[in-house]
Design a protein around this ligand. Structure first.
Ligand code: PLP
Length: 364
């Protein structure tokens, strides 16, 4: 068997699936997964087969209520992952120019390369708290740009893009005849402070999200795209070439989840609040890490001030049995991504090990 070509794989996903596991796993980005006993399961309502068609009406209604988007502007998909793929594949043809934030969540770049797009980058700088410069955005969007791709909250840093910035980017893109795709799978981690999904900020803004990250319900694969109704229709039609028909039991379970979403939201809020206190204590104590502290979310992206980052990550994993995501997966090898959405006991132990590993590394 020959090696898979570089544009038909995701190095980050391979690493996440095969290598991220450790006794103390600080590499995850979402909330610790809901277990069946916590789920409001009404088994008698689960059906094996469904009605088919373009979207399961009860689920579309729940997503409409949850997001504020009209029914005809919603496409359901297998997680934000498939939602991103479908949106990008609908909007991009081979050779089209796409402007993607840097650093970026690996699969966003991987999908663009797979689609044969010309990938250009817009930098989010550590020195500027990973904000997006509107001046640089204006210069980067050209008449050739077909699509701008951003994440909000940003993976890997957790930075929030203010609504007025997104609205301005939407305006710039519109003048160039381009779309903006905003992956907002982490946005709801702002809870009461969460702004509406940025779909509402302009007709060329399209949003993807799911029940994965905030609600700990990854395996339901309950994702969605919010897009202008004509674009939504095109995405549904393209989906006929990919997933075509969703798993109906998952749709039924997703409806149940939406009907008890407050329960999952409270669970997430409590866990993140507790865990953020631990994280802040840890970051306050380390002068050898520089870290932008985001307003919310489950990830931070500290930078090592000294030493060889690969050597440090090896020490952390091999001697201290702790994993974080190496910054090379986000094109910034001096950084690493630290996830705080896991079980508190495990996080506390993981941070203690990270502390000890940093101490040992500094003595070398
Ligand atoms: C920015 C971003 N988008 C999408 C995903 C995948 O989300 P889902 O589980 O909904 O497919 C992730 C997961 O890490 C992510 O970080």
């Amino acid at each position: 068997m020959t090696e898979a070509p570089e544009n038909k794989r995701s190095r980050y996903m391979e690493w996440a699936k095969l290598c991220s596991g450790a006794r103390f796993n600080l590499a995850t980005s979402g909330l610790t997964s809901v277990v069946t006993a916590e789920f409001p399961l009404r088994l008698e309502e689960v059906e094996v087969n469904g009605p088919g068609g373009y979207g399961y009406a009860p689920l579309l209604e729940r997503i409409a209520r949850h997001t504020g988007a009209p029914l005809e502007c919603i496409v359901t998909a297998a997680g934000t992952s498939m939602a991103n793929h479908l949106a990008m594949a609908t909007l991009l043809a081979p050779g089209d120019e796409v402007l993607i934030e840097q650093p970026a969540y690996g699969p966003l770049l991987d999908v663009a390369h797979y689609l044969g797009a010309q990938v250009r980058r817009i930098e989010r700088k550590f020195e500027h708290d990973f904000t997006i410069s509107l001046g640089e955005m204006e210069a980067a969007i050209t008449p050739a740009t077909r699509l701008v791709v951003l994440s909000n909250l940003h993976n890997p840093t957790g930075a929030l893009i203010p609504a007025e910035t997104l609205r301005a980017i939407g305006g710039m893109a519109q003048r160039a005849g381009a779309w903006v795709l905003v992956d907002e799978v982490y946005l709801e981690m702002l809870f009461d402070r969460a702004p509406p999904f940025s779909f509402s900020l302009g007709e060329n803004l399209s949003v993807t999200s799911s029940l994965t990250k905030t609600y700990g319900l990854s395996s339901l694969r309950c994702g969605w795209i919010l897009a202008d109704s004509k674009l939504a229709r095109r995405i549904w039609l393209l989906n006929d070439l990919f997933a075509a028909t969703p798993a109906h039991p998952a749709e039924k379970l997703s409806v149940m989840a939406f009907d008890h979403l407050d329960r999952f939201r409270d669970r997430a809020r409590g866990l993140i609040e507790t865990n953020r206190t631990l994280l802040n204590g840890f970051l306050d104590s380390r002068s050898d890490l520089e870290c932008f502290r985001p307003p919310a979310g489950t990830v931070v992206f500290p930078r090592l001030t000294n030493g060889d980052p690969d050597g440090f990550l090896q020490l952390l994993r091999e001697k201290y049995e702790t994993s974080v995501v190496p910054g090379r997966f986000f094109e910034l090898p001096r950084h690493f991504r630290l996830g705080i959405g896991g079980d508190t006991t495990n996080l506390r132990a993981g941070l203690e090990r990270l502390d000890a590993a940093l101490d040992e590394f500094a003595r070398k």
